[in-house]
Design a binder for this molecule. Sequence first.
Ligand SMILES: [Zn+2]
Length: 628
Amino acid sequence: MLESCTGGLVYSEDLQTCDWPRNVPCNKQNSVESADQENVNIAIESKKDTQPNSREPRKQSHPGKANLVKIEEPEQRPNIEAEILRNIDEEILDSLSPQPSILNTITHGLQNRNSITKSHKDEEKEFRIESTSKSRTQSTSIQNTETSFGDRSHSFEKLNSDIPEIEFHSDTSDIEKSLLASYPGESKHLDDSHVGSDIFYYTEWDDPIYDQFQDYDYVDSDSASDFQAEKEKEAEKPVNKKGEILLDLSRYPKKLPRTTEGGPEHGDPARVCDKAKCQLPDCRCGGPQIPANISAKKMPQLVVLTFDDSINDLNQRLYTSMFHPIRRNPNGCPISSTFYVSHEWTDYGHVQNMYSDGHEIASHSISHSFGEQFSKKKWLKEMAGQREILAAYGGVNLEDIRGMRAPFLAIGGNNMFSMLYEANFTYDSSMPIYENRPPSFPYTLDYKIFHDCMIPPCPNKAFPGLWEIPLVMWNDHKDGRCSMADACSNPPDAEGVYLMIMKNFQRHFQTNRAPFGLFYHPAWFTTPHHKEGFELFLDTVTEMEDVWLVTSWQAVQWMRDPTPLDKIIDFKPFQCDYKERPPRCDNPKVCNLWHKSGVRYMRTCQQCPSIYPWIGRTGVANSLVDDL
Ligand SMILES: [Zn+2]
């Protein structure tokens, strides 16, 4: 529903959220085109030559509103999609809004405004290396069909097996109606818990009134000490309030271990990166330099595929098709990706399925709002709050929720990064980098960011050991650049889409092999030729023996321990041992919960909450952020 969109945004059916395309265009030269048509064609040919590959699993080695700033380019292509979205009548959008348990297949494409790609000019020769890619069938010979992946012989222990199930009712009581009627000037979004004798009424936390008094200034110690104290207090004596869920805080994520001393402290003014002091695994200066002096030919090409926003019936079939078991990495493990999950409209049964299948679940906030002016406390409630929600209802182990992406890529400068540091997140993946030739590797925030700040405010203090997986921008087929792949201008047919993805891939693969990011919203794939072109790309790269489709967290683990191709097959973080994860959620229960003057049907295989989870009331009894 529309009221779920804050900050003056509208709901986009196309994007299935309040998003609008984040597209930072450039028009510096008319015919500049980075496509390397020849090499793309070679890739296609090489694919055709490839024999079918059974890609059987290898035996496991162990058990187991955007502030888009112009940078130097004088002209900008108008952000057409954003304009269209702004002008769409809100009531029409309202009528198009999906319900989580009612399949809504209405879609309206906004992207078919493109024309066919013209001639291309090769600009990349100076960065090119000789391709060493071979078909996987030529070398992968160790196969073992007896080992199954995701062995779940250890049954998943429910965190709250002692808490009785409670029936929920979605009727609107008389008292509720009178409350709604008696506050005509106030928020009409009242929620209640229909449980027991306690009936609580809540005004929406995302009401703009709550944003206005936030302390916007960065203060090193404001909620930090509160938060630490809260963590310690809760860890000592978890209390199970009636009808609420208790998380296992012993699995609260820990900071990455540090092996080197010295360097800047948290909150110091960020200085220019000191390469002598900034050493892996703890620290990494940004830029295109290949880590650990590995030659480009010996570099595994990591491909990091991510999806943003809610996971629900509208996109589940897409993921089933995309992650067909035939698509595997060179070690036989299924390819995996990272889901930056926002709360609203999310089906937590599906979250559990994706997690159980080996994908990474990360935080994309509860309310999906612009956060550039959030206080640190508000960031905590949004991002760490969503981490708790994902753990409570999606069955995701707390320690596995390591990263975040800011909605609309609207990061919150030092407040946001300080929140990440204090809440023991491992990485952020929200900052675009315009420069893409050659592309940058992920880096830590011990020092000053080395690139232009595309969407301010960017951090200018030190956050030691916190990783940034930047969104290295793509060149689209209209000479624009885009940080999210679905904000690119796309060609009108599948082959064109495939070629555009490949030319961007080649800019990584043929230069320094920095991780290649594909950052999508699922709605983009509802256009059939997008999906077709994309899956052709997947088929191409999963046939290449030096290409790995991994999660954001796996990419960070590789950065911390850069491992060349000849040893990569045994690289532990790329194995697929999911024994610690819950089984799939095949029969979710439906929790009927009151939210924003309507009933929400939230599905989960965990315990139903007594209230619709939201900012400041996750439904988690021992929440570390609700009471901040
Ligand atoms: Zn989003």
